[in-house]
Design a protein around this ligand. Structure first.
Ligand code: ADP
Length: 231
């Protein structure tokens, strides 16, 4: 059973050096294959939660396991290997403006040591999955926000991660296209990748009946599955 657990927070707190208590006594389990929305107002602690999962920040105490690793005691040199099991999607896309769409996705493979042959085969496949096969030679500035985020998704997925962490991925996209991005994340999830998505867009959360974890002032105040939430 434990092997099915991808993320486990147990009584985790996080205080920043300036004394801000960002998370307080958080316990949360995410099983392999789940799709979880993390919701809550600005300053609630959502980004901090993601940063603990990626080891950008360290928890004060408690127990935090991600993909079989104990993040309170992980060695610094093990962190890059942990991150290779995750794909990140950002609100501001974070594409490299001087690179083409193909090169942006290829770069993510290149830095983990993939061969050119693998890259030539895999990148077009990934761009096909997000329906951007015709835009491979474009630069990010030539794309709409929704298209840029689809490149971001292809890049996050190209190394076949166990987990996608998306921090407000639809925050800079037209509402109509936001549904498209979450649809894609949902499809990716159905193929077996666990998805954790931070958002404060109620329409999205209501539409896609998934698990919803609500954070308020650094504490989890609600954790419901999609069906309960719809009632
Ligand atoms: P959210 O993502 O829900 O908007 P955050 O996790 O970014 O919330 O922030 C939670 C709390 O921690 C806020 O009060 C914020 O001001 C504070 N905080 C976030 N990052 C830092 C930091 N690096 N140093 C000090 N305080 C921070």
């Amino acid at each position: 059973w434990e092997r099915l657990c991808l993320i486990e927070f147990s009584h985790v707190s996080k205080t920043y050096p300036n004394g801000t208590h960002a998370l307080y006594d958080v316990s949360l389990k995410v099983q392999k294959g789940e799709f979880v929305f993390i919701v809550g107002s600005s300053g609630a602690g959502k980004s901090t939660l993601l940063k603990l999962i990626t080891c950008e920040e360290k928890a004060d105490g408690g127990r935090l396991r991600v993909n079989g690793r104990d993040l309170l005691h992980i060695k610094r040199r093990a962190v890059p290997y942990l991150r290779r099991t995750m794909g990140m999607v950002f609100q501001d896309f974070r594409l490299i403006p001087t690179m083409t769409v193909f090169e942006n996705v290829a770069f993510a493979m290149h830095i983990v040591g993939a061969s050119n042959r693998e890259i030539r085969k895999r990148v077009p496949y990934m761009l096909g999955l997000v329906d951007l096969q015709d835009k491979q030679k474009c630069h990010p500035a030539e794309l709409s926000g929704g298209e840029q985020q689809r490149v971001g998704l292809a890049r996050a997925l190209v190394n076949n991660p166990d987990l996608i962490l998306a921090d407000e991925p639809t925050g800079n996209i037209d509402p109509a296209l936001s549904f498209e991005i979450v649809d894609l994340l949902s499809e990716i999830n159905l193929r077996g990748t666990t998805v954790v998505m931070v958002t404060h867009e109620h329409n999205l959360v209501k539409h896609f009946q998934k698990r919803i974890v609500e954070i308020h002032d650094g504490r989890i105040v609600a954790d419901t599955n999609g069906l309960e939430a719809a009632q």
